[in-house]
Design a protein around this ligand. Structure first.
Ligand SMILES: [Zn+2]
Length: 382
């Protein structure tokens, strides 16, 4: 598996170099031409012949997709793959993949050239296999099997609707008043991670102790990621089981976490504070929260609605007045218009719910004219 991953990385990097450095006007370099040249290369290089040709072609496909993402503005320019970083390869042909159960919580998978490989952990694949990706993470080999099956359209859910405000002090506030406490395993593990990284920096390059230290760092990172995933699954399953409609504010998680550094022309302000907030955001895993909630609701006949996030924390759930001064502090909301008092996060969650359900509700701008003397505070908030 190390050899196959290495061959795929080699082919990926070579193909990247070809596209980047050898392209001239009038010369066509694309997936098709690179596949053709891969065949010629394999005829000459013995160790490349040892790797299944499909996995090498998939590496070229990955590169092609990376370029398409870059052209479309979805991603940066493709970078070379590094040894030991996200090592993986994919078998695209379902005919040559078989999965069998061998014990209570064990199984085995048959892959081209590798033959039967034992698996720890077992669950019956509930559909037809599409492909399998083998990857190396923190000293462990994982296999992800993609499958598909036809499902009947679920009966639309009649469970109640809920609005959710995602915060930093609380993980999420529900419009029914429930607060979900934040996950702090990231912070706890951060200390262990820093120590491991410090140890790593003292190790000599290329030494076996350094290799072990790298593995320790990766292990802690994986533990944090697994704990986070677990938390998100628990929370999203509970929410999806009890609600038919969930309204979230449309937050651009990627934009928020990228903004701290700013650009060269416009360097970011309060970089340290924002970096701290960003870590908190990424720790909480809001992106994953939305994705999990989305498919779990769809499975149960529910639906996920996203609404604009503007002024949700400053709008009164009782009278609709928008004023930054209404939010007294992190947790208290006292409306300057009608005196309505509430937990600030719960109030925001109710606003989000209202926006999701009430199509007749005036757009956010509509509230501004309600109290002309609030214009000043609005501008500050903006
Ligand atoms: Zn009010």
């Amino acid at each position: 598996m190390v050899q196959i991953a290495g061959s795929c990385r080699y082919v990926f990097n070579l193909a990247l170099e070809q596209r980047r450095d050898w392209w001239k006007p009038g010369r066509t370099i694309n997936f098709t031409t690179q596949c053709r040249e891969l065949t010629m290369l394999r005829a000459e290089v013995d160790w490349l012949k040892a790797a299944p040709v499909h996995t090498l072609q998939q590496a070229l496909k990955d590169l092609d997709r990376a370029y398409q993402n870059w052209w479309a503005g979805r991603a940066g320019y493709p970078t070379p793959r590094k040894k030991g970083l996200k090592d993986s390869f994919r078998f695209p042909d379902p005919v040559s993949i078989k999965v069998e159960r061998t014990g209570n919580s064990s199984g085995r998978i048959k892959l081209p050239k590798l033959g039967w490989v034992r698996l720890r952990g077992w669950y019956a694949i509930p559909g037809t296999i599409c492909n399998a990706t083998v990857s190396h993470r923190a000293g462990q080999w994982h296999v992800a099997v993609q499958w598909q099956r036809e499902v009947a359209e679920p009966i639309p859910s009649i469970l109640p609707a809920v609005g959710i405000d995602r915060g930093v002090a609380v993980f999420a506030a529900l419009s029914d008043g429930t607060n979900i406490a934040p996950v702090n395993h990231g912070k706890k593990a951060l200390r262990a991670l820093r120590k491991a990284q410090r140890d790593l920096s003292r190790k000599k390059r290329g030494s076996s102790n350094r290799r072990k230290a790298i593995r320790r760092v990766a292990k802690i990172q994986m533990r944090v990621a697994n704990a986070r995933k677990n938390f998100l699954h628990e929370q999203t399953t509970a929410i999806a089981n009890n609600h038919g409609t969930v309204v979230l504010e449309a937050l651009k998680v990627r934009n928020m976490s990228a903004s701290a550094k700013g650009t060269a022309a416009e360097p970011g302000r309060m970089i340290r504070q924002k970096a701290g907030l960003n870590r908190a955001i990424l720790d909480q895993g809001w992106g994953g929260f939305r994705i999990m909630l989305g498919y779990k609701l769809a499975d149960r006949g529910g639906r996920l609605i996203e609404v604009p996030a503007a002024y949700t924390s400053q709008t009164c759930a009782e009278c609709g007045v928008v004023d930054a001064r209404s939010r007294r502090n992190q947790s208290r909301f006292v409306c300057t218009g009608c005196g309505h008092e509430a937990n600030a996060d719960t109030n925001a969650a109710i606003i989000i719910l209202q926006r999701g359900l009430d199509k007749s509700l005036k757009p956010v701008e509509g509230h501004r004219s309600k109290r002309p003397d609030d214009a000043g505070s609005l501008r500050r908030a903006a």
